[in-house]
Design a protein around this ligand. Structure first.
Ligand SMILES: NC(=O)c1ccc[n+]([C@@H]2O[C@H](COP(=O)([O-])OP(=O)(O)OC[C@H]3O[C@@H](n4cnc5c(N)ncnc54)[C@H](O)[C@@H]3O)[C@@H](O)[C@H]2O)c1
Ligand SMILES: N[C@@H](CCC=O)C(=O)O
Length: 520
């Protein structure tokens, strides 16, 4: 089997066959069933809610539980109890368990990918790539802990006769809160970060992606994580907020999701806890790509289209603002529009479909409103702009990949994260002008440049205030970070720690250093 990543264009024959087989298994065995929450390994029921598929709202993905304060406290009790054992285990044992978790994920790889088609409308290549990313992250961190020897380090003696050590210690039970758009990787990424460092976890995945979370939970337990060290709550996050931010036993919060929710939790946690505790925050962005007159335009067309419209623009890494140098703008935008019109929108389970549906009715309605607002502000539709309602498509949330030119740069379409396949374009004069436009935002996650001139690329890399930068990336101008290769780290409003997932410093977000001195 070929290694599938976000820059791949299709599944190889064997992967395609296994994905098809997994779709049938999901239909036969998983769809439409009831799923409990998991607290200390026990099944816990509460008020049931139904999740339907954005592919086709006639399909019931499953029935999940909406808990509340009682369930949040019970899950936290369980994580507190489990910390006594899990936090004291040797790092070698935890790393070995994580490797077994990776094997358990690998065994379910195609099943998880197929579930993601139903649950969040992800196409087959992106879904398999995401599970591979989750696997790679787990293995990367197991290797890192081994390489760092559990972050236990002999230090120099402070005074004669002293033997000194720096020992990294876990903090306790964490709440891990994850978004809908990368339900395998992002939930798992934070969960494994907390667990491998000896913390315990109450995981609250997106209410729109709880079935993927169930499969990942099973893999963690099958791999050997004690059920109390990982607990699973489902339903809207607001139901649990009071316990998450207010219970004094919570050691930290790891949150990936929108800026508004993330910043709110950050502030509340700081205000309500008795002393400062870590919040590992990765939030949204408004990512720019710059195409200069010295770019290879064909490369840039593909890179921008993949980054703007891959998974319908519902990636925190998606390009949503495009700046093109004046002298090549018309030529470039026309070529980009042509390429965009060739992208297939449809049922994400089908081979060759590039873009599936938007996640829900709210995003679908907002798409139409944003297009109207852009036009009202003086923008012109270069391509796209319509909701797709013909035949079976009327049962899901399908829209066209859309490019708008001429929207004023101060307009909210240039400033706010929209999380949909709507790309706004503006010209720039020279690189100074482009960099000023790129940095004119509170956000700071990913940014890309296309230029064959090394000095332009160097200048961009030095001056751009974003955490993840790409030059000339045809596979995705701003998307497709991979663990161990591109640290995924948000600057400014897009993050809080400066140490991103997939990178060498991430695990320290979940640890605290302890200096030990023995006088012999
Ligand atoms: N920087 C990154 O690494 C990254 C990665 C993926 C997605 N994102 C961002 O995530 C967003 C899309 O995902 P979403 O729509 O699921 O985000 P969201 O913020 O709406 O929800 C994220 C999670 O927070 C929970 N939540 C919501 N309100 C809560 C509250 N008051 N208390 C506790 N939990 C609460 C939700 O239930 C969900 O599990 C985008 O903004 C995207 O940019 C960021
Ligand atoms: N690794 C993915 C993560 C996107 C998050 O929403 C990317 O870089 O595109």
């Amino acid at each position: 089997m070929t290694k599938i990543t976000y820059t791949s264009s299709s599944l190889d024959e064997e992967s395609g066959a296994r994905y098809e087989e997994a779709l049938s298994t999901v239909e036969r065995e998983l769809l439409g069933k009831g799923y409990p929450m998991k607290i200390g390994g026990r099944d816990v029921l509460a008020l049931e809610y139904e999740v339907r598929s954005p592919i086709n709202m006639d399909i019931v993905v499953g029935r999940f539980q909406r808990g509340g304060r009682d369930e949040a406290v019970a899950a936290l009790n369980s994580a507190v109890r489990a910390f006594d054992d899990w936090g004291r285990r040797d790092w070698r044992e935890r790393a070995a368990i994580m490797r077994r978790v990776a094997e358990a994920v690998e065994r379910r790889k195609f099943l998880i990918a197929a579930v993601m088609a139903y649950e969040v409308g992800k196409n087959r290549v992106e879904a398999v790539a995401e599970v591979n990313e989750a696997l790679e992250a787990i293995r990367y961190y197991a290797s890192l802990v081994e390489k760092e020897e559990g972050y236990v380090r002999r230090m120099a003696p402070g005074s004669p006769g002293e033997e000194t050590w720096s020992v990294a210690r876990p903090r306790g039970p964490w709440f891990v809160i994850s978004p809908f758009n990368f339900p395998a990787m992002l939930g798992s990424g934070m969960v494994q970060g907390a667990l491998i460092t000896g913390n315990t976890v109450v995981w609250k995945p997106s209410e729109e992606a709880s079935l993927t979370a169930h499969l990942m939970y099973e893999a963690y337990v099958e791999g050997g994580v004690p059920p109390g060290a990982i607990n699973l709550l489902t339903g809207p996050g607001e139901l649990y907020e009071d316990v998450i931010v207010g219970d004094r036993r919570v050691a930290g919060i790891a949150f990936t999701g929108s800026k508004d929710v993330g910043h709110h939790l950050y502030r509340e946690f700081a205000a309500r806890q008795p002393y400062p505790k870590p919040v590992v925050l990765e939030t949204g962005s408004k990512n720019p790509t710059v195409v200069t007159a010295k770019a290879d335009l064909a490369k840039a067309v593909e890179g921008v289209a993949r980054a703007a419209f891959g998974y319908g623009g519902q990636k925190c890494s998606a390009t949503s603002r495009l700046y093109v140098q004046e002298e090549v703008k018309d030529e470039f935008v026309e070529a980009l529009a042509g390429y965009t019109r060739s992208l297939t929108v449809g049922d994400p389970r089908k081979d060759g479909v590039f873009m599936g549906p938007l996640i829900n009715a709210r995003a679908y309605t907002n798409f139409a409103r944003n297009v109207q607002e852009g036009i009202a502000a003086g923008g012109r539709l270069v391509t796209g702009g319509r909701q797709l309602r013909d035949g079976w498509m009327s049962k899901g949330f399908y829209v066209e990949p859309t490019i708008m030119d001429g929207v004023p740069e101060g307009h909210y379409l240039f400033r706010d994260e929209l999380f949909m396949p709507l790309l706004v374009v503006a010209p720039f004069r020279d690189l100074d002008d482009a960099i000023a436009k790129v940095n004119d935002t509170d956000y700071g996650l990913t940014a890309g440049i296309f230029s064959e001139d090394e000095s332009e690329v160097r200048e961009f890399m030095e001056r751009v205030e974003f955490g993840v930068l790409y030059a000339n990336r045809k596979g995705g101008a701003t998307t497709g970070a991979w663990p161990g290769a591109q640290t995924f780290v948000g600057w400014k409003a897009s993050g809080a720690t400066g140490r991103g997932i997939g990178g060498p410093y991430y695990l320290f977000n979940f640890l605290q250093e302890q200096a030990r001195t023995y006088v012999r």
